[in-house]
Design a protein around this ligand. Structure first.
Ligand code: HEM
Ligand code: HEM
Length: 214
């Protein structure tokens, strides 16, 4: 639990610095939002859109943090590098992954892929809901509950006017396919965390909770 590298640890004191609270809070918020919207909430319902907007704010925070946050949180500490990612995976397969100051190169590629999927989910979600805020959608739902169906049937609650094979249909399709892709990537991501934790002999997931990585 302690992080006392000074007392004779092999790693240089700053090679594996703790994750700061912004990285940790944004990570678990994004994970929760993706799981909730991908598996639990009613697609296109008010809660789904609330969570989607919250995910948008959290993602924006993390992306900004990638520019101005502490060293290990910055994009410059884990640049996208497919060749390094492959070589890391081959080291991992041989049980000898190297330590990295931030995400390892394979984890970095995964982080960018998950964030990219989330951007697509948010963009397509906003298109499907016509950019209506969750507050508006909630108000419309309340109107529907009182018998006024006129507005909501058009958009937001299943997008019923998307049957013509037009742009709306494509956007909905992209939203669905990328949601499934993102859930698959998240599974691979967790498998990677487990494999890497075993090979390094330390629990990386705990590091994402407590911040301590040594
Ligand atoms: C956090 C990321 C998100 C995930 C994982 C997610 C996931 C999903 C899934 C799995 C569906 C069902 C797709 C289908 O079977 O047709 C869906 C539908 C929908 N989502 Fe999302 N979503 C996310 C974000 C958003 C956002 C940000 C919005 C709006 C601002 C949104 C609005 C909608 C709407 C309106 C539908 C209904 C589509 C239709 O059937 O017409 N989603 N979403
Ligand atoms: C839908 C679910 C998930 C998504 C979308 C997701 C996404 C991400 C992203 C984007 C990063 C980069 C973090 C950053 O730099 O801000 C990351 C890192 C990480 N995630 Fe997840 N994650 C999910 C679930 C999980 C789960 C369930 C665990 C626990 C087993 C986990 C453990 C980690 C760890 C340990 C890291 C840091 C890896 C390292 O040391 O380099 N994640 N995840």
């Amino acid at each position: 639990m302690t992080d006392q590298n000074m007392t004779g640890a092999r790693a240089a004191p700053d090679t594996v610095r703790p994750w700061d609270p912004v990285v940790r809070i944004t990570h678990w918020s994004i994970a929760a939002a993706v799981i909730a919207n991908g598996l639990i909430t009613k697609p296109g319902g008010a809660l789904h859109v609330w969570i989607g907007w919250a995910a948008m704010a959290v993602l924006a925070t993390r992306l900004l943090w990638g520019l101005i946050g502490p060293r290990e949180a910055r994009f410059s500490a884990f640049p996208p590098d497919p060749r390094a990612a492959l070589s890391h995976l081959s080291d991992l397969a041989r049980g000898r992954p190297r330590e990295h100051g931030s995400h390892n190169p394979a984890g970095a590629m995964m982080a960018y892929a998950l964030w990219a999927c989330l951007v697509v989910m948010i963009a397509t979600g906003l298109v499907m809901t016509g950019g209506k805020s969750p507050v508006t959608i909630t108000e419309e739902k309340a109107a529907v509950a009182q018998g006024d169906w006129s507005k909501l049937v058009e958009e937001g609650d299943g997008g019923s006017d998307h049957e013509d094979g037009g742009l709306g249909d494509t956007v909905e399709e992209v939203h669905e396919v990328v949601a499934n892709l993102m859930l698959l990537l998240a599974l691979l991501h967790v498998a990677g965390v487990v494999a890497e934790s075993r090979a390094l002999g330390r629990n990386l997931a705990r590091g994402m909770v407590t911040g301590q990585r040594r």
